[in-house]
Design a protein around this ligand. Structure first.
Ligand code: PLP
Length: 353
């Protein structure tokens, strides 16, 4: 790691002299960032009038384009009616409507879902990690606390989510804080970690989960967390068709919850409502963010299946994971208008191949 940071310091002085002054703590302090001024459809424009094709949709966020009237109107209307209410003590109608809309979007096998809103993906995944553990705890299984994630994965930049992530370049600086979570190798056929070739292989990538659960002891494992299609750490890696059905079977065998991180792949981005739908597998928990509100207002979503909700309801009946801005009426209005826009314009099937 020392070498990486040494390399990043190269030419630092020279670059510093050329850079304009800024008080923003950038990801790369030695780079100069263009300043964006406005967006329109698939384009963004900087403050010098230069036009860019926003081919990455911000960062997998602006799924319905910039400047969609319906969404802006819904936000404005909501801001003028009620800009904020705190989800710990009261409800608001957009949050109720958004949770009901998400129930319509949820895979049928999840049953009657409940949604906890947050401001982004990491907060949603952090909640998923905590509530997966709570589910086991409520059933008298307090040792089931470890999360298994995958190398070359990304679930967020908080301590819990980074610990579950397998993005070494972002973990290494903060290594002293990483939690004792486990990771298996990714289902990456192009450079198979086992040196095999699909379809002649034995799907070792999926069975690695079974091995890891057995080695750690199923009594210690809470959940397996995965992005259905691998996102920012190994872009657009699609596991073989057998992968998630095997993963689901293994999770069921060892009483391990299956959490899908749909922050990148959710709400139609893969041509199905959820990325995991491409494998016809039902998860226990879905998290999402980014495109759920199209970039118009920050929104994170943590959706629990009926089994988990009922267990908590019949147990302590308490969920203490929360965020102040989670479920605020403006973000929920943005999310609702975005989902309605996606439905109205049939964007899910139009995004498919
Ligand atoms: C798959 C996935 N999960 C979680 C996150 C974290 O989301 P946020 O940056 O909103 O906390 C990201 C962000 O890139 C992501 O791609």
């Amino acid at each position: 790691m020392a070498n990486t940071y040494k390399a990043m310091r190269t030419n630092k002085k020279e670059l510093k002299m050329q850079r304009k002054k800024t008080n923003i703590l950038h990801h790369n302090l030695n780079a100069e960032y263009p300043v964006l001024q406005r967006g329109e459809g698939v384009y963004v424009f900087d403050n010098k009038g230069k036009r860019y094709l926003d081919a990455v949709g911000g960062v997998g966020v602006v799924n319905i384009g910039h400047g969609v009237e319906e969404v802006m109107e819904a936000i404005e209307k909501q801001m003028r009616t009620l800009a904020f209410s705190y989800n710990g003590t009261v409800d608001n109608q957009p949050a109720e409507d958004m949770a009901a809309k998400l129930q319509q979007w949820a895979p049928a096998g999840m049953g009657e879902t409940k949604t906890l809103f947050s401001s982004g993906g990491a907060e949603a995944n952090e909640g998923a990690i905590k509530l997966a553990y709570q589910y086991h705890w409520e059933r008298g299984l307090p040792s089931k606390k470890k999360i298994i994630g995958r190398w070359q994965s990304y679930h967020g930049n908080t301590i819990g989510t980074l610990s579950a992530s397998g993005r070494t370049s972002w973990r290494s600086m903060y290594d002293p804080y990483m939690l004792d979570f486990m990771h298996i190798s990714p289902p990456y056929c192009y450079r198979c970690p086992w040196g095999e070739s699909y379809p002649g292989c034995k799907m070792e990538c999926a069975y690695a989960l079974k091995k890891t659960i057995k080695q750690a002891g199923p009594e210690n494992i809470s959940a397996f967390l995965a992005e259905p299609v691998i996102g920012t750490s190994m872009s657009a890696v699609v596991p073989p068709k057998e992968y998630y059905p095997i993963i689901r079977e293994i999770c069921d065998e060892f009483d391990v919850l299956f959490i899908v991180d749909e922050v990148m792949t959710g709400v139609g981005r893969t041509g199905k409502p959820w990325g995991i739908d491409n494998w016809q597998v039902t998860p226990d928990i879905i998290t999402t963010s980014k495109g759920i509100s199209g970039g118009y207002s920050p929104l994170g979503v943590l959706m629990l299946n009926e089994k988990i909700c009922k267990t908590i309801e019949d147990g302590t009946g308490l969920v203490t994971h929360s965020c102040t801005y989670g479920g605020n009426p403006v973000s929920c209005a943005a999310g609702l208008a975005t989902l309605e826009y996606i439905e109205k314009n049939d964007l899910v099937s139009r995004a498919g191949i």
